[in-house]
Design a protein around this ligand. Structure first.
Ligand code: SF4
Ligand code: SF4
Ligand code: SF4
Length: 288
């Protein structure tokens, strides 16, 4: 299995701008904003529909899956898109459209790398379905593996139709994230873990996350600076030195992806090339 995972990793990451820093300014990804619903409440998150902000959780519209397929057709004609991802603006697994979309994409564009990002709450339930759909890479955002820390990052989760709060909520979330990563990785899906660095809260803990997710089969980590919004608007934005320090510590455990600039849920084009990184609101509506 290790050997198989190794060869899949090399094959996929050779062309994936979010798993290979050398490709971040060479090949493109297209996010299709088809997943508006979310099933947890991260205290730093503000989802929005707008044309201007460059950050996760933002898109200029929500598409249905047919429009998303048409969008992929258009953008693959425009430039070298290697990857199609579902990255919100909510949680990919909380939206049935994500599965419907990948099923359609597997028929229309079987050669594109299929990617999604998730908070991981539903990963144990959906790991098999994700692998069966041929999704190659999944990014799971894990901001704490200690409930004492996690309880200050999340307000609630909505799991199996029930709202959980406080420690009870984060214990379920952490358990599912770790179980889900293990399950998916055993099914041959390549996993990157994103952790949002929140100064004074999880900055000294991210290295523990790295150890735990490595045990479960994650291949890569991405440490992202907090964008102070919503209930965390008064937290400081981490400095470059703080981020670098944590990335260096994590790198002792797992490879670290350092080129991420946190893009929108409707971004497309080449992420590391400013002139060729676009998002939906930038193009005239008549184009679609
Ligand atoms: Fe926002 Fe993503 Fe957290 Fe949902 S999982 S609340 S979309 S950051
Ligand atoms: Fe990259 Fe994440 Fe989008 Fe996948 S979902 S293409 S890893 S930004
Ligand atoms: Fe993915 Fe970050 Fe690159 Fe966007 S900037 S494509 S989120 S790695």
């Amino acid at each position: 299995m290790e050997e198989l995972k190794g060869s899949r990793f090399a094959h996929v990451t050779k062309a994936h701008p979010c798993f290979n820093e050398k490709m971040h300014d060479k090949v493109g990804r297209a996010h299709v904003p088809i997943a508006p619903k979310c099933n947890i409440y991260c205290n730093f998150c503000t989802r929005d529909i707008n044309q201007d902000e460059i950050r996760p959780g933002v898109a200029s519209c929500v598409m249905d899956t047919d429009d998303a397929i048409e969008h992929v057709e258009n953008v693959t004609k425009e430039g070298p898109i290697a990857v199609v991802g579902v990255a919100g603006p909510g949680d990919s697994l909380a939206n049935e459209a994500t599965f419907e979309f990948f099923e359609k994409l597997g028929k229309t564009n079987p050669d594109l790398i299929k990617c999604m990002s998730t908070n991981g709450l539903l990963l144990p339930d959906y790991a098999e379905r994700i692998a069966e759909l041929g999704v190659n890479t999944v990014t799971v955002t894990v901001n704490a593996v200690d409930p004492e820390i996690a309880k200050d990052i999340y307000t609630f989760i909505n799991y199996n139709g029930k709202i959980y709060k406080g420690k009870e909520a984060v214990e379920i979330l952490i358990k599912n994230q770790l179980e889900g990563i293990e399950k998916l990785s055993n099914l041959g899906v390549i996993i990157k873990v994103n952790s949002v660095l929140i100064p004074g809260l999880n900055d000294e803990h991210i290295v523990e996350i790295a150890k735990e997710v490595k045990k479960r089969g994650a291949s890569l980590m991405n440490v992202l600076p907090l964008i102070p919004l919503n209930k965390m608007k008064d937290y400081p934005r981490p400095t470059c030195a703080e981020i670098e320090k944590v990335r260096d510590e994590v790198e002792e455990i797992l490879p670290v992806f350092r080129a991420c600039t946190q893009c929108r849920a409707d971004a497309y084009g080449i992420p590391g090339k400013k002139s060729e990184d676009k998002h939906l609101g930038m193009t005239p509506a008549s184009h679609y």
